[in-house]
Design a protein around this ligand. Sequence first.
Ligand SMILES: Nc1ncnc2c1ncn2[C@@H]1O[C@H](COP(=O)(O)OP(=O)(O)O)[C@@H](O)[C@H]1O
Ligand SMILES: O=P(O)(O)OC[C@H](O)CO
Length: 514
Amino acid sequence: MSPATAPTISFIGAIDQGTTSTRFIIFNQKGEIVAQHQIEFEQIYPQPGWHEHNPDELVSSVEECIDGAVAQFEKQGHSKSQIKAVGITNQRETTVVWDKNTGNALYNAIVWTDTRSQDLVRRLKQRLGASELTSRCGLPLSTYPSVSKLLWMLDNVKAVKEAYENGTLAFGTVDTWLTFKLNGGTTKNVYVSDPSNASRTMFMNLEKLEYDNELIDWFRLDRNKIKLAKIVRSSDKTAYGSLANTSLQGTKIMGCLGDQSAALVGQKGFTPGRAKNTYGTGCFLLYNVGDKPVYSSHGLMSTVAFDFGPGKCMYALEGSIAVGGSSVKFLVNNFGFIENSTKLSALAETVEDNGGVTFVTAFSGLFAPYWIDDARGTIFGITAYTQRGHIARATLEATCFQTKAILDSMGKDSGKDLEELAVDGGMCNSDLVMQTQSDLIGIPVNRPAMRETTALGAAIAAGFAAGVWSTFEELQEVNLEGSTFFKPQITVEAADKRFERWEKAVQMSKGWAN
Ligand SMILES: Nc1ncnc2c1ncn2[C@@H]1O[C@H](COP(=O)(O)OP(=O)(O)O)[C@@H](O)[C@H]1O
Ligand SMILES: O=P(O)(O)OC[C@H](O)CO
């Protein structure tokens, strides 16, 4: 029976714990949203370059979203027993440490964008063997992976150092922290992570999908002194336990994926050659390369796309942009340019072009494919002619230029050029951004009608384990209707000229944070 004709009797819930907000979304078997609740939580910036979250607030935001969405769901006449399982998807690399005896966090979560470990990372890069790490774990040494955040805490936070020395230190990415807490903390002691999250620590061997003792030793960490999560499949009936509290108490958690992997799954990127670009807080392009990792020679990362069991474990090449939609939030929150993010495109459209302005939004240095850690946000080309609209336009364009640079690298690494780019994430709501993107990369951009693809990916991971879906083919019809296609409207020469200006600006933004 195709999903379109199957009776809608089962539902799946998805927790989407992103960088700026948490959502809980309930999907039916056709992959349609039935109920949802979303909460924004506090962004803590204690110093320039530092970015933290309160770990307890992450948990309470999840619980509040579950209760909010379930209340809506029940109002529609459904019963919560119809929710067969819950999947988790989360911001990756963000690092939480806690005491395994008390279950209490020892420090704020250090967010993936945080650059405080910059000096530490520079020292590590001098250590013998540093250049060989990427071929084992897929990630380059930078402030981005969890390990640099953990090492900083061990050097600088007394309670973390003491817990390590006493052997009571638990360390995890957000999926592990949430699963531990949602299961009831120390009453159940569930410590799990899936490969798409565990691979972002720099401790996992990409091919074996297991912790690599040589990597852990290289970072001079004693594995016996840290409680690490067990690495299990992204889709699993029992490993993730069940919800201890909330209105869904007793419902099993059966899926877990890092948010960028989840978006690839939600875009049905199950087979090699499929790609998606998610314009959230950051912006992340993942390209499915098949069941063996491909290592980049052009500044991209290798990562696990998803692990749904034998024959269904795929890898991806990834291009990560540290600042995507957060550049829009920056203009709203720090400069009061406009009242909210949805209005920035309208401001950008008050002018015809960027008026010669280029904004390198390197607030956390530049990630892929450049990896310039000492660049900082720099605006070029300001003259007496410059209006707020020009800055707005240059801000939106920055993410599109970086996506173009990533696609060029992907073409070189894979030997193939993409024919179409599937997109999602908050910033893709801007038609101007999507048209600019298509113009710069010279291929169509395909924006689905239902843009909660990250949550859908987590629901698919859980739904596979719960038996709601059993083959990738069944899902191919999901979310096809109502897509918008943006086609290139400028010549390749015009696009190249614009891109040359951007590349010049990137070179000139180097070295500021030295
Ligand atoms: N219409 C819009 N135009 C431009 N940016 C937008 C728009 N709507 C949302 N955004 C940006 O999208 C981001 C939120 O996207 P989302 O996918 O929810 O991110 P995350 O999962 O990282 O929290 C915010 O940074 C916001 O500034
Ligand atoms: O919150 P997002 O959607 O920008 O995603 C964060 C990434 O997982 C960081 O690697």
